[in-house]
Design a protein. Structure first.
Length: 329
């Protein structure tokens, strides 16, 4: 079946058309068209995403991209992100989807942005041995998911405050780096000393699989206040190491407890090579297969929204067609 995915939950306006076939055992996807219009340059001067500016851009971009992606073809299903995300941004996608569906007269369903990240690994077309433990790390979320199969999944841990990506963005701002901060911190940290500052590893030894990154962010703030001449690159590297240590150790502990045969990494922060390397090495040590979402589908895009809609089509899971900024798993 042909699925049109629409993603406007944050600062990317994205549309994609995919062909999906086969059952839950081995779903197969072919990407026919995909466009992502990034708004990074618009939000950069503000140091973060400004919701009303993002909505304005989505409304401007959607009809233009739709013409590029959908013409001329038959569409069986339209899937639009209904949450989680920024309320005005979610509405722009939902309203646009309803409008085009009036003309196309096809089926329109809601999609969960988190499921988009979770099912992004299916695009690698790699064999997955279950159970799998998946770490989803993005600007808005840090979640550990236990997957017994593609259908059966359960959240086993999440952040109690800032998401990992959010902490990268906030610390980058303290270091006067550009938005988004993750790639900037990674670049700066490359040749620096990650042992220079002993930042805390929040909740590393807690018995659950939850995370907390706001205390670490505050520790960086105080360190910079007290050490005005600190080497920025060393601070970036030490901060990055603290985040990665916690993410890797908690993921490995969960994998051990639940007998994971595969570890999956997804979400925008998965673009971080240091994180990928550390998690891959730790998985190798425990003889667990490691799979990372393809770089192109780690950050927000509409292909993963269409993929998640196909999985939900197969499983019968449904979402309401209304904006749900706090939608969970
Ligand atoms: O998944 P995503 O595109 O959007 C959300 O759903 O949030 O993730 C964006 C987040 C931002 O916080 C960005 O700073 C972070 O991913 N990010 C990175 C890297 N590239 C993007 N964080 C660390 N290292 C990177 N290389
Ligand atoms: Zn995302």
């Amino acid at each position: 079946m042909r699925i049109l995915g629409i993603e406007t939950s944050c600062d990317e306006t994205a549309l994609a058309l995919i062909e999906a076939k086969s059952g839950l055992k081995k779903p197969v996807f072919k990407i026919l068209k995909e466009v992502v219009a990034s708004q990074i340059e618009i939000h950069r001067p503000w140091g973060g995403v400004v919701p009303h500016l993002a909505r304005r851009e989505h409304e401007k971009n959607l009809p233009i991209i739709f013409r590029q992606v959908s013409n001329p073809t038959h569409i069986d299903l339209i899937a639009v992100t209904v949450g989680p995300g920024l309320d005005p941004c979610l509405w722009s996608g939902i309203e646009f989807a309803k409008e085009i569906n009036k003309k196309l007269k096809t089926k329109l369903v809601g999609a969960n942005h988190l499921e988009g990240h979770i099912y992004s690994f299916l695009l690698t077309q790699k064999e997955i041995n279950f159970p799998a433990v998946q770490l989803v790390v993005s600007g808005g979320h840090t979640i550990l998911v236990l997957m017994k199969s593609i259908r059966e999944r359960k959240k086993i841990g999440e952040t109690r405050d800032d998401a990992a990506g959010e902490s990268f963005d906030k610390v980058a701002r303290m270091l006067k780096l550009l938005y988004p901060g993750g790639p900037e911190i990674e670049k700066l940290a490359q040749k620096a000393n990650a042992k220079a500052v002993g930042f805390p590893r929040p909740m590393l030894n807690s018995k659950n699989y939850d995370f907390s990154f706001s205390g670490l962010k505050t520790a960086v703030l105080y360190y910079l206040k007290e050490n005005e001449t600190a080497e920025k690159a060393d601070v970036a590297a030490s901060f990055q190491k603290a985040v990665v240590d916690v993410l890797v150790q908690k993921t490995m502990r969960a994998s051990k407890e639940f007998g994971a045969k595969t570890i999956i990494l997804s979400g925008g922060v998965a673009a971080n090579k240091f994180l990928r390397r550390e998690l891959a090495a730790a998985s190798r040590k425990q003889k667990i297969k490691f799979i990372s979402a393809l770089p192109k589908y780690q950050t927000d895009n509409a292909v993963i929204i269409a993929v998640s809609a196909y999985i939900n089509f197969l499983t019968g899971r449904k979402y309401k067609l209304t904006s749900q900024p706090d939608l969970g798993l």
